[in-house]
Every structure is written in C-alpha cells, then in structure tokens.
Design a protein around this ligand. Structure first.
Ligand code: IMP
Ligand code: MG
Length: 172
C-alpha cells in the first residue's frame, strides 16, 4: 500500500471543515447523517469538530459487494434515520466516486421534507462523476485510484487505518 494522505493532515482538514460548518449552520437546527459503513470514521470525527448543538443519525447504503471494486446497484436501509422534517441535513460519507451513492441517499432524504440537504465527504475522485450534483464540503480531491483507510475498505478490511492509502497491484 502507498500512503496518500497522512493522519495529521486528515485531522487538520476535518477540524477546518468542522469550523466552516459551524459558521454556516449557526442558529439553525442541524442533523448530521452518516452513511454507513464507510462514513462512520469521518462522521464521528466531524461532529466533534462542529461546535454547535446538533443531532446525529445514520443511513446504510451499499453499492460494492464483497471484493468487487466497481459499483453496482445501491441499496438503502433507512431504519436508523431520525425524523428530519424542518431540519437542515448534512449527509457525511467517506468518498464521492461516481456520486451514485450520495445521490441515492440525498434523493431519499429529500422525500422526508428537511429544510435543506448538503453533502460532505473526505475524498472526491473528481474525474469519475456520473451525476449532476457535487458535495458541498470535501477534504481532498484524489486521482482515480482505489484507496483504503479512514472508513474506506477493501473486502471490508482496513477501515480503521487513521490515514488513507492507495492499493497497488499486488495488494488486491
Ligand atoms: P459512488 O456511489 O460511486 O460515489 O461510490 C461511493 C461508495 O463506493 C463509497 O461510499 C465507498 O464505499 C465506495 N468506494 C468508492 N471508491 C472507493 C475506493 O477507492 N475505495 C474504497 N471504497 C470506495
Ligand atoms: Mg461506502
């Protein structure tokens, strides 16, 4: 594996995002929704960097199956989603790749009548976008390489690494 983004750089970027989000949502009822499973690391760091009263919820989205590294159909499980009517919603995921996962989550959230919906991701593979929507907050733009760590997995492993690394030929 080749290290792409060091843990300290992620932490300072997340703090910066948290300060920006706090400034922009001050005085408004905010609900932060983490996208399971990959968004769990960013959402837990980010909510502690947002110095505002807020609510936290989760939604489960899956697109990659097992070892596969290309996106398939997206399945949503909305069992853990709180009531978001009249609240400002910030959806937090690990990465914006084709954008299909976040688009599916956001389409669903909109049906529950929130005041507003924005997206936040740690990583953005800009050249892969397939939908007409982009995340409002992002940490780092990266090239089209397969990465793990800080929530991102390969075959459900490596999510707990505090840094982001790119998998190389022999790693798959
Ligand atoms: P999208 O729907 O194509 O934007 O893909 C988003 C989801 O695919 C993310 O939530 C990740 O779970 C997964 N994904 C996309 N790229 C990578 C990667 O490089 N490593 C690990 N998972 C990825
Ligand atoms: Mg994911």
């Amino acid at each position: 594996m080749k290290r792409l983004i060091e843990a300290a750089d992620i932490q300072s970027k997340v703090s910066e995002l948290g300060r920006r989000i706090a400034d922009e949502y001050r005085g408004r009822p905010l609900t932060v929704i983490g996208v399971l499973t990959g968004g769990v690391v960013l959402v837990s760091d980010l909510i502690r960097s947002i110095d505002l009263p807020l609510r936290v919820g989760m939604i489960h989205a899956s697109s990659y199956r097992g070892k596969a590294t290309s996106p398939g159909d997206i399945t949503l499980d909305v069992e853990l989603l709180p009531d978001i009517r009249d609240r400002h919603v910030l959806v937090v995921d690990d990465i914006f790749d084709t954008g299909r996962t976040l688009a599916a989550v956001i389409d669903h959230i909109r049906t529950a009548n929130p005041c507003s919906v924005r997206g936040a991701v740690l990583l953005w593979k800009e050249r892969r976008r397939e939908i007409d929507w982009e995340p409002h907050y992002f940490g780092f733009k990266i090239p089209d390489v397969f990465v793990v760590g800080y929530g991102l997995d390969y075959n459900d492993e490596h999510r707990s690494l505090p840094y982001v690394a790119a998998l190389e030929e022999g790693d798959f």
